[in-house]
Write a protein that binds this ligand. Structure first.
Ligand code: ADP
Length: 729
C-alpha cells in the first residue's frame, strides 16, 4: 500500500540494515506491508521504508521509539502482554492493532511476528509484518451493515425505521458524516424528509416540502441529472451562486454535501441520499462507492415498501371483495359451492353453511346433505342429481330440507358443470333459500283469495244497489204472474162452484195457473241468480241473450223513466266462454248509468241504444249508447276509479267493478262521448278464447265451482230483436 510520504520523510539507510544485502533491502522496502525486526530482547532492530512512510518517522526514529510506538495507546497494554508472552515462549504471535498514520489517523493492521534463528540454531531476533486491513475491515463492516439493513427490509420493518437505521449505519462507517434521505413525491415536484436523524432538525424542516429546483441545491440537481452531485464548498460553488442554500448550510454549520439519487428498479427517481459534513471536503472513491451502495439499498427499501403497500391494498381489496361477496350471499340468501361428485369433495361458502345450518368446521358430505333433505323430497332430489352427474350435465332442483333451528326450508339449487377440467366432473353451484318466497307466494294466494272475496262482496253490494233501483220493476215482473195466478185460481173456483161445474173451463184455468206459477218461479230464480253472491263460473254465454234478459229485467224501470230502448244485436256474435251473471251485471250497470244520464233530458227522446257486433279481429263489441249528459273525454279514466260518483245516491263502484270483470274476461271496457249529438257510449270488447279467461278459470278451479250452468234456452223474459221499454209479452 502506498501512503505517499516519501517526499516528506526521506528514507535513510540505517546501520542496522548493514548486515543485509542491498538487494534484499530493496526487496523488503518494495513490499506493500510494514516490515520490522527486533532484537532477541525485543528492542527494535529495523523498520522498512513502508513503515517510515506510514508513520512519518525516520528509520532511526522508528528504531529508537520501537515498532510499537505507533500502536493506538488504548491497545498498547494488551498488545505488550501478548508480545511479552510470545517472546518469552519464543513462539510466533499474531494479533491486530490500530497503527497511527503520519497524519494522526489510525488504521487497522494485522500484525504477524515470528522468531528467527542463526545458522547454529540460536535465536537471532524477531521479524514482523504489518498488513493494512483497514479497507478489508471497512468492507466487512459495510457488508455487515448492508446485511443488517437487508434483513430489516426482508422482515418488513417500517420504511421510516429502515431509513433511519441506514443513516446510522452510514454515519458509523464514515465518522463525522450526517446522512439525509429525502423522498421525491410522485410527480417529482417536492421533497419529503424520509430520515435525517443527525442533521439539525430546523434544516430537515426546511427540506420537508421544499420544491425540487435544480438551481437551489445539490439534492434537486441530483434528481434532475440522476447523478451524484458533490459540493465541497457551497459558498464558493458557482452552481449555487444565486441560491439561498449555501447560506442555509452555513447557518446550520454544514460545510459539504454529497448527494446521490435513489433510483427504482425501472430507473425512476424515488428520492435522494445525501451525506453532509461539517468540513468542506469531497468523498474518497470508497466513500463515493459507499454512497452509491447505500442509495441503492434505500431504493430497495422504498420499492419494497411500495410493493408492500400495493399488496396490502390489493389484499385489502380482496378481503373487501370477499366481504362484499359474503354480504351479498347473506343478503340474497344464496350460498355457493363446488362439488366433485366422484370423490365427494365439496367446498362451501359461509352462507351455504348457514342455509343448511351445518357446522362450518366440518367438511360437508353427500350423506350429510341427503340426510338433511326432507324425506318426501329426498328420493326426487337425489334422482335429479344422479341423472345429471351420469349425463355430465347441469341441473336444477327445488326441494325442502329440515334444519335443527329453522325447521323446514325451501331451497333452489342450480349446478353447472365447470368446463375444461380433464377426466373429472366438477360442479359449481348455488343454493338459494326460497322459504320466504314460498311463504310470500302462499300469503299472496291467500290475499288474492281475500281480494277476490272482497270483489265478490262489492259486486254483491253493487247488485243490491241495482236491486233497490229495480225493486219496482221486479215487483211488477213478479206481481204480474202472481196476479194471473190469483185471477185464474178465482176463475177456476167459480167454474167449479157453477152448477153444473164447468170442468173443462176449470182445467184450462188451472193449467194457466200452473203456467203463471212457473213463470213467477222462473222470474224469482233468475233474480236470485243475478242478485245472490256466487263465485265466478264459466259457461258458454250467448251475449245477445244475456243482454236481452237484463233489458227485460229493467224494462218496467226504464219505462218508468221514459227511456226508449233500441237494440241492434248482430246474429253473428258467437257464444263466448264467460261468467254469465257477471256479464249481465256489467250490462245492467251500463244500462242503469245510461238511464241516470238521461234523467234530466227533456228536449229529446231518451233513447238507449244497445248493440253488439263483430270486430275485424273477431272479438265481440257490445255497446250501450245514450243521449244523456255525456262525459268529459279528459275525465274518462276518473269515472272508472272506485267510489268516483257524481250522483247524490251513487256509490261510484259500478264502472270500476264492470271494468275489472271485463278485464278478467280478457276484454276491455271503455267510455267515450258520442261523436255526434249529446250523450255517451260505454262499450266493451270481449273474446271467447279460453286463454283470455285464465284468471277466472284459476279462481273457479280453486273454489271448486267449475260446474257448467244451464244454457239460456228460451227465457220467459226475453224476446230477441227490437225492443221498446215496456212490459214483455
Ligand atoms: P255510480 O253510478 O254509482 O255513480 P259508476 O261507477 O257506475 O257509479 O259511475 C261513475 C260515474 O260515471 C257516475 O257517477 C257518472 O258521473 C259517470 N257516468 C257513468 N255512466 C255515464 C253515462 N252513461 N253518461 C254520463 N256519465 C256517466
Amino acid at each position: 500500500m502506498y501512503y505517499g510520504r516519501e517526499a516528506i520523510v526521506p528514507y535513510r539507510f540505517s546501520p542496522a540494515t548493514a548486515g543485509m544485502g542491498a538487494d534484499l533491502i530493496r526487496l523488503i522496502d518494495a513490499l506493500p506491508e510494514l516490515v520490522w525486526t527486533s532484537m532477541v530482547d525485543g528492542t527494535c532492530g529495523f523498520v522498512n521504508r513502508r513503515w517510515c512512510d506510514y508513520s512519518g518517522l525516520t528509520a532511526n526514529e522508528g528504531r529508537a521509539s520501537g515498532w510499537m510506538s505507533i500502536i493506538h495507546p488504548d491497545e498498547l497494554p494488551h498488545i505488550r502482554t501478548i508480545w511479552a508472552a510470545a517472546v518469552a515462549a519464543r513462539i510466533p504471535a499474531e494479533f491486530e492493532a490500530c497503527l497511527r498514520r503520519y497524519d494522526g489517523v489510525y488504521r487497522r493492521f494485522s500484525i504477524k511476528a515470528a522468531p528467527y534463528y542463526d545458522g547454529a540454531g540460536r535465536l537471532s531476533g524477531w521479524c514482523g509484518i504489518n498488513s493494512d486491513i483497514e479497507h478489508q475491515r471497512h468492507a466487512e463492516a459495510q457488508l455487515a451493515a448492508e446485511k443488517r439493513l437487508l434483513e430489516l427490509v426482508a422482515q418488513g420493518e417500517p420504511l421510516s425505521d429502515i431509513l433511519h437505521e441506514l443513516c446510522y449505519e452510514v454515519e458509523s462507517l464514515g465518522p463525522g458524516s450526517m446522512c439525509s434521505i429525502l423522498f421525491s413525491d410522485a410527480g417529482g415536484q417536492r421533497f419529503r424528509v424520509g430520515a435525517g436523524p443527525n442533521l439539525p432538525p430546523p434544516y430537515n424542516a426546511v427540506l420537508d416540502g421544499l420544491r425540487v429546483d435544480p438551481t437551489f441545491g445539490p439534492c434537486s440537481l441530483a434528481i434532475a441529472t440522476k447523478s451524484t452531485i458533490v459540493v465541497t464548498d457551497p459558498p464558493n460553488d458557482p452552481r449555487w451562486s444565486t441560491s439561498a442554500w449555501p447560506g442555509m448550510m452555513s447557518e446550520f454549520g454544514l460545510a459539504s454535501c454529497w448527494s446521490a439519487p435513489i433510483l427504482g428498479s425501472r430507473g425512476e427517481v424515488l428520492g435522494i441520499f445525501a451525506i453532509y459534513r461539517r468540513q468542506p471536503m469531497g468523498p474518497t472513491s470508497d466513500e463515493l462507492e459507499l454512497i452509491d451502495r447505500f442509495a441503492k439499498l434505500a431504493g430497495i427499501a422504498m420499492e419494497r415498501a411500495q410493493s408492500d403497500a400495493q399488496l396490502t391494498a390489493s389484499s385489502t381489496e380482496l378481503l373487501r371483495t370477499n366481504h362484499f361477496l359474503a354480504g351479498a350471499q347473506r343478503l340474497s340468501k344464496t350460498g355457493s359451492f363446488s362439488l366433485e361428485p366422484l370423490s365427494d369433495t365439496q367446498v362451501w361458502s359461509e352462507e351455504n353453511f348457514r342455509i343448511w345450518e351445518f357446522d362450518p368446521t366440518i367438511r360437508p358430505t353427500m350423506d350429510m346433505v341427503l340426510a338433511a333433505i326432507h324425506p318426501e323430497d329426498r328420493a326426487y332430489a337425489f334422482a335429479v342429481f344422479s341423472a345429471a352427474v351420469e349425463a355430465k350435465r347441469d341441473c336444477e332442483v327445488f326441494y325442502r330440507i329440515v334444519t335443527p333451528h329453522a325447521g323446514v326450508k325451501h331451497l333452489h339449487t342450480v349446478m353447472e358443470v365447470i368446463p375444461d377440467i380433464a377426466d373429472r366432473i366438477v360442479y359449481l353451484g348455488s343454493t338459494r333459500d326460497i322459504t320466504e318466497n314460498r311463504l310470500a307466494e302462499a300469503a299472496l294466494r291467500a290475499s288474492e283469495a281475500d281480494l277476490n272475496h272482497a270483489r265478490m262482496e262489492l259486486v254483491h253490494v253493487s247488485r243490491v244497489t241495482a236491486l233497490s233501483t229495480l225493486t219496482a220493476s221486479i215487483a211488477h215482473e213478479v206481481n204480474q204472474p202472481l196476479t194471473g195466478i190469483v185471477t185464474n185460481a178465482n176463475t177456476c173456483l167459480r167454474m167449479l162452484d157453477a152448477d153444473p161445474p164447468n170442468l173443462e173451463g176449470a182445467r184450462a184455468t188451472a193449467q194457466r195457473t200452473i203456467r203463471d206459477g212457473n213463470r213467477a218461479s222462473e222470474v224469482i230464480q233468475k233474480l236470485r241468480a243475478l242478485f245472490t253472491r256466487k263465485p265466478p263460473c264459466l259457461e258458454s254465454v250467448d251475449l245477445n241473450g244475456a243482454a236481452l234478459e237484463v233489458l227485460a229485467l229493467c224494462s218496467s224501470e226504464l219505462q218508468r223513466r221514459r227511456v226508449i230502448v233500441r237494440t241492434a244485436l248482430s246474429n253473428d256474435v258467437p257464444s263466448i266462454l264467460a261468467d254469465r251473471v257477471q256479464l249481465q251485471q256489467v250490462i245492467l250497470n251500463l244500462v242503469l248509468n245510461a238511464a241516470d244520464a238521461m234523467a234530466d233530458v227533456q228536449d229529446r227522446l231518451r233513447e238507449l241504444r244497445v248493440s253488439s257486433s263483430i270486430e275485424p279481429d273477431g272479438s265481440t263489441l257490445f255497446s250501450v249508447k245514450d243521449v244523456g249528459i255525456g262525459i268529459d273525454p279528459a275525465n274518462v279514466d276518473k269515472l272508472f276509479q272506485a267510489f268516483h260518483t257524481t250522483k247524490t245516491n251513487g256509490m261510484g263502484i259500478g264502472l270500476s267493478i264492470s271494468r275489472s270483470i271485463i278485464e278478467a274476461h280478457g276484454g276491455q271496457l271503455s267510455g267515450q262521448p258520442n261523436e255526434a249529438g249529446s250523450g255517451a257510449t260505454f262499450s266493451f270488447s270481449i273474446r271467447g278464447e279460453r286463454r283470455a279467461l285464465r284468471g277466472l278459470q284459476d279462481r273457479s278451479a280453486e273454489d271448486g265451482t267449475k260446474a257448467p250452468r244451464a244454457s239460456l234456452g228460451g227465457h220467459p223474459f226475453v224476446r230477441a230483436g227490437e225492443l221498446t221499454a215496456g212490459r214483455l209479452a
